[in-house]
Design a binder for this molecule. Structure first.
Ligand code: C2E
Ligand code: MG
Ligand code: MG
Ligand code: MG
Length: 288
């Protein structure tokens, strides 16, 4: 009997692994057609100046608008896109859509784009990004690139040359998810960053955890002494915002200010705040 149940358990594991593999393969083949069909779309998360609450820009976050499954999170498809080399096309497509949408928004708003470390192995990455900026007519000065420090740069010289070309055009550079990666402090000197983003794991736990509060405080002071402004991600409520302001963090983003918005949602928000050219209301006379 023991032998039999052992065998069954083994068979059950195989079946579950088989299902995982099948689900992954379905995502992969789905992704292959979703990218050229522009079903991977940009969502926009507000970034604000803490204290005044002023909107300073948006971080672009990829979402898969799946025809039958609804919105799929990048955590489910970015790793597959990286493994299969589709990340390059995916990112450029999302970037193209985001810049096209944001081109006529208030020129004071900065648009932040996520770049996966995998993309920094492409010697033509800077040229490809500059091409998207040119094609969409989006000014490089209003663009910020976010690079995560996870497994940062297996080819540091190449990453430095890519980043150099982008910065020559006026693009800004942020170090994303700071504090979670391997040897964080060394990364700060590897590339000419303009901003540090504190990982949300420290921010969401800021109130309950004295350790998190100490780490956030240390990063804020580090930013101050290196003359690098700091953004906190994962600001989920007023209490966290208040504490960050007291610590001296200058910018924040997170669910407290709203969930990431579709292009249409971002346009509505900007129209309310008069940060976008006003289209005449439907039915309203164009010339009064
Ligand atoms: P990230 O760049 O660190 O983005 C922040 C993540 O935190 C986003 O998850 C966002 O939805 C989530 N978030 C925002 N506010 C809050 C909050 O108040 N509380 C909590 N708990 N979470 C919050 P998302 O959209 O699932 O993105 C996950 C990661 O996927 C991103 O992390 C980024 O590394 C990657 N990613 C997203 N879009 C792209 C893309 O277009 N290209 C590349 N290469 N990577 C992307
Ligand atoms: Mg980011
Ligand atoms: Mg982040
Ligand atoms: Mg992250």
């Amino acid at each position: 009997a023991a032998k039999k149940s052992g065998k069954n358990r083994h068979a059950w594991f195989d079946a579950s692994m088989e299902r995982d593999l099948q689900a992954r393969n379905e995502l992969e083949s789905g992704l292959r057609v979703a990218i050229p069909r522009h079903q991977i779309v940009p969502y926009f998360e507000q970034q604000v100046e803490l204290g005044s609450g002023k909107l300073t820009g948006f971080e672009v976050l990829a979402r898969w608008e799946h025809p039958t499954r609804g919105l799929i999170s990048p955590e489910a498809f970015i790793p597959i896109a990286e493994e299969t080399g589709m990340i390059a096309d995916l990112s450029l497509s999302v970037m193209h859509q985001a810049f096209t949408a944001a081109r006529d928004w208030d020129p004071g708003l900065i648009i932040s784009i996520n770049i996966s470390p995998w993309q920094l192995r492409d010697a033509w990455l800077a040229q490809k990004i500059i091409k998207v900026l040119t094609e969409t007519g989006f000014p490089a000065r209003r663009c910020e690139i976010e690079i995560t420090e996870t497994a940062l740069f297996d080819n540091l010289a190449l990453a430095q040359s890519i980043v150099g070309s982008l910065k020559n055009q006026g693009v800004r550079l942020a170090l994303d998810d700071f504090g979670t990666g391997y040897s964080s402090l060394a990364h700060l000197r590897a590339l000419p960053f303009d901003r540090i983003k504190i990982d949300k794991s420290f921010v969401t736990s800021l109130i309950e955890s004295a350790d998190s509060a100490a780490i956030v405080g240390a990063i804020a002071r580090l930013g101050e002494s290196l003359n690098l402004p700091v953004t906190a991600e994962g600001v989920e409520d007023a209490e966290i915002e208040q504490r960050l302001t007291a610590i001296g963090v200058s910018k924040g983003q997170g669910w407290y200010y709203g969930k990431p918005l579709s292009v249409a949602g971002a346009r509505r928000l900007l129209a309310e705040r008069r940060l976008i050219p006003q289209a005449p209301a439907a039915g309203a006379p164009i010339d009064a």
